[in-house]
Design a protein around this ligand. Structure first.
Ligand SMILES: Nc1ncnc2c1ncn2[C@@H]1O[C@H](COP(=O)(O)OP(=O)(O)OP(=O)(O)O)[C@@H](O)[C@H]1O
Length: 539
């Protein structure tokens, strides 16, 4: 079948080869419609995909009703207007975005699974949706093909042409549609594997955290007035169902506070479920929180229960709550206010009785002022605030904590507990602990491992005395009142991450890793690196 004067593809064989290379459905569909639209004879090329109710991002973004049955949703579009060359025909959210089964020509192709061609379009035919458009644009042909794979109609490919649509063109369209259906199935399989891999990573990280938490004895150690005040607040608010916002620098013990709140509440017999909001990939947020129905999106191989449902009757701990993307915040507000939510791709409204404890090391009020965090959500989360002070502000806790971690590490290693000398104690008290209790814990655990005799080999960095660490953060060479734009700030953060990774020779986790240098959780660092496009071993 050689290409000819009214070819719908300028180089169909190349297109078939290129299609086979695609690993994502979006890229595949864009490739098909743009190649079709490249042919002079094609005015508009479109692909609609069959999606279950509630699974279409475009419909969700436009606030359209999800409907009750699978429908065809426009997923890719390309073309050129001759009447108004400035008009964009690549949008997918217009009037013909969705067709129910059997609705108009596209819906008929979807329902019957059979092609429908109109070689010479009559603008006055009853099926023509917009006669004006057909005349204005000189549309003379329509070719619609079902995308069928293993007996299922995955979607519809359609081309509106200028010039008659002959057998040759229809033949190519058919062949491309057949290949497209197989390529969509393959790309979906790839996306599914990728989504499963990411989910597995997330689950592994979650379970690691749970194992760590189970190993820790969960006891609060310390004798500072600041810690005593925190425990008084925990006692006061634990028995109520009030939402609690725990604030404080990274590693100060916010998660421990959340666990204690749960343990002392009437929900203690039910689960405490944790979500590290910084570690959830952006496109998985909604499913992570609310669950999804099988087939709701590529990668959704089976129904999945979200964290809210898992926490029903118990407590949901939202760690790093400041990282929740703005588009998910209204949904979170709704479930906190009304206890109602829907799984992705499932129209049924569900309920969950959940107490929310959130934690953040960001200044959420500043995030609200900057428009990155909804004020109403902030007030909902912050019914009862608890602030955990940085370790350098409660120097009295340092030695009891060090002794506690030392005893625990020695027990794990099956060794006698080494002694802290007065000189060690003084070094520990003088160091400002930018990574707070977590940094102290890691340092002591390292020391316990390397110290085989009775004497402890402590490697405390030479830090400034605590008083110096109290001064406000300032960057060398930068005026204190210098303001940074968001882009500059992100760039600074990127540079900072790169510097830490270089110093740690690309290592993220563990002692001497970049996460430790920055006083961040490794999962938080990994997600920031992803968000900022930083790789571990860049030059
Ligand atoms: N007062 C304390 N007594 C005993 N262990 C503590 C205390 N405070 C913190 N820890 C331990 O220090 C480590 C860090 O604490 P945690 O994970 O609660 O900090 P966080 O503030 O939630 O950190 P991030 O902001 O990075 O999530 C944990 O292993 C925790 O058990």
């Amino acid at each position: 079948m050689p290409p000819h004067a009214f070819a719908v593809f300028t180089d169909p064989k190349q297109l078939l080869l290129d299609m086979a290379e695609q690993r994502s459905v979006d890229a595949l569909l864009r490739l098909i419609v743009t190649r079709l639209a490249d042919a002079p004879a094609v005015a508009l090329a479109r692909v609609w995909l069959t999606l279950p109710p509630g699974a279409c991002d475009v419909c969700r973004a436009c606030g359209r009703e999800p409907g009750t049955e699978p429908a065809l949703h426009l997923a890719a579009s390309a073309g050129r207007s001759v009447a108004d060359p400035a008009e964009a025909w690549d949008r997918v959210d217009g009037a013909f975005h969705r067709f129910a089964p059997g609705e108009r020509k596209v819906g008929q192709i979807g329902r019957s699974g059979r092609p429908l061609e109109v070689p010479a379009v009559d603008p006055f035919a009853p099926w023509v949706a917009d006669a004006d458009w057909v005349r204005r644009e000189g549309i003379t042909g329509f070719g619609g093909q079902p995308l069928v794979h293993q007996g299922r109609v995955l979607g519809v490919l359609a081309a509106f042409t200028r010039g008659p649509l002959d057998e040759g063109a229809i033949g190519w369209l058919r062949m491309v549609a057949n290949h497209a259906a197989a390529a969509i199935a393959t790309a979906r399989a790839f996306e599914e594997v990728e989504a499963l891999r990411r989910r597995l990573e997330l689950e592994t990280e979650y379970l690691r955290g749970e194992v760590r938490a189970a190993h820790a004895d969960g006891r609060f150690v310390g004798r500072s007035p600041a810690l005593a005040a925190v425990l008084r607040h925990v006692d006061l608010v634990a028995p109520t169902d009030a939402a609690v916002l725990v604030t404080g620098e990274s590693g100060t013990g916010k998660e421990l506070v959340a666990r204690e709140l749960h343990a002392r509440s009437r929900r203690a017999g039910r689960p405490l479920i944790k979500v590290n909001c910084a570690a959830v990939p952006r496109d998985l947020y909604e499913s992570e929180f609310f669950g999804h129905a099988r087939g709701a999106f590529t990668g959704a191989a089976r129904d999945r229960v979200g964290r809210f449902e898992l926490a029903d009757g118990g407590t949901l701990f939202l760690d790093e709550v400041g990282e929740i993307p703005p588009d998910l915040q209204p949904k979170l507000l709704r479930v906190i206010q009304e206890g109602e939510f829907e799984r992705v791709g499932d129209g049924r409204t569900r309920t969950a009785d959940v107490r929310v404890v959130a934690a953040t090391n960001r200044d959420l009020r500043r995030e609200v002022a900057a428009g990155r965090f909804r004020e109403d959500l902030y007030f909902r989360l912050n019914v009862f605030p608890i602030e955990v002070a940085a370790l350098r502000r409660r120097v009295d806790d340092i030695l009891p904590l060090a002794e506690h971690f030392l005893a625990a590490a020695a027990k794990r290693l099956g060794r006698p507990v080494p002694r802290l000398t007065p000189a060690d104690a003084e070094r520990l008290r003088r160091y400002p602990w930018p990574g707070n209790v977590r940094e102290l814990q890691h340092l002591i655990e390292r020391a316990a491992i390397v110290s085989t005799g009775r004497r402890l080999v402590l490697d405390v960095p030479d830090g400034p005395p605590p008083a110096a660490a109290e001064s406000p953060v300032s960057l060398p060479g930068v005026a204190p009142d210098r303001l940074w734009t968001e882009a500059e700030f992100r760039d600074l953060e990127r540079q900072n991450l790169r510097a830490a990774l270089r110093r740690a020779a690309g290592k993220i986790y563990g002692p001497g890793g970049a996460a430790e240098l920055l006083g961040l959780k490794p999962t938080t660092l990994a997600s920031r690196m992803k968000a900022l496009g930083v790789r571990p071993n860049e030059e």
